[in-house]
Design a protein around this ligand. Structure first.
Ligand SMILES: CSCCC(=O)C(=O)COP(=O)(O)O
Ligand SMILES: [Mg+2]
Length: 261
């Protein structure tokens, strides 16, 4: 088995979710279709609720910023003029969400609504999150060795907690010391990793970030974070240069902590 030694200065392991702890297929074949199939009904049912109105406001703000993009779908401001107006507004939000999802965009606005929509499915037990088999045993071992384990995903913190709280491995939320999402910044910007280190109270070189996306690995590395690229079934392929440049692991069990037995 390949073994990757974790540098002695690392005290925090920061984990991506999709393609790292969890199969991309679970996200693309289960989580995302749930949104596309249910968003219209969800908006119709929850429209009057404060949380739903906040989600729509954030999506509208995002739509304004996106106006210059090819194929962008605007969301009109509410005029409060009757049922037809409301139905048109809901349809615009649905179209905007589906457009953003067709591009796999990671906007905070989209991720916030998705998290709220998944809540009902997870808490009712209709959905359980999948984790690769090596994830839970490895995380337990790291924590026993004194490591802190944090999550940094484009999925909202609320969605992350749903996944860890309702998984095929049971409720594994207690295995995580904290969560970060795009509210701290984009995963492809190095400043986000500096902010995460600040928030945890460590230096960036005390962190090891595991991700499947080399643009994220590159941004983290620019901030002096240690990185390893995770190669999982179904992940996007890497170029020969990327394979040579990055430390690669195919399972969390390949990480060797000098402090552990
Ligand atoms: C709580 S993660 C749900 C999946 C998701 O929406 C997503 O964008 C995953 O992105 P990641 O940064 O974990 O690759
Ligand atoms: Mg990922």
């Amino acid at each position: 088995m390949v073994v990757l030694s974790v540098p002695a200065e690392v005290t925090v392991i920061l984990l991506d979710i999709e393609g790292t702890t969890t199969p991309i297929a679970f996200v693309k074949d289960i989580l995302f279709p749930y949104i596309e199939e249910n968003v219209k009904e969800y908006l119709q049912t929850h429209w009057e609720e404060e949380e739903c109105q906040q989600d729509v406001s954030l999506l509208r703000k995002q739509a304004e910023e996106d106006a210059h993009l090819d194929g962008a779908v605007p969301i009109p401001a509410a005029s409060g003029n009757g049922v037809d107006d409301l139905q048109q507004m809901i349809q615009a939000v649905v179209d905007n969400v589906c457009w953003q999802m067709s591009l796999d965009r990671k906007t905070t606005a989209l991720k916030q609504l998705q998290g709220h929509m998944w809540r009902a499915a997870f808490t009712a037990g209709r959905m359980k999150a999948e984790f690769f088999a090596d994830v839970v045993p490895a995380v337990r071992k790291w924590r026993e060795a004194g490591m802190k384990v944090y999550i940094y995903s484009s999925g909202s913190v609320e969605a992350q907690k749903l996944l860890f709280g309702h998984s095929t491995e049971g409720d594994i939320l207690e295995l995580v010391d904290g969560h970060f999402d795009t509210k701290i910044g984009c995963k492809v910007e190095s400043e986000s990793y500096r902010k995460i280190a600040d928030s945890i109270g460590c230096s960036t070189n005390n962190m090891l970030f595991l991700t499947d996306v080399t643009r994220e690995a590159s941004a983290a590395e620019e901030a002096d974070v240690h990185v390893a690229v995770v190669v999982r079934p179904g992940n996007a392929g890497l170029t020969d240069d990327e394979k040579t440049y990055y430390s690669l692991i195919t399972s969390f069990s390949e990480l060797y902590l000098p402090s552990s037995t």
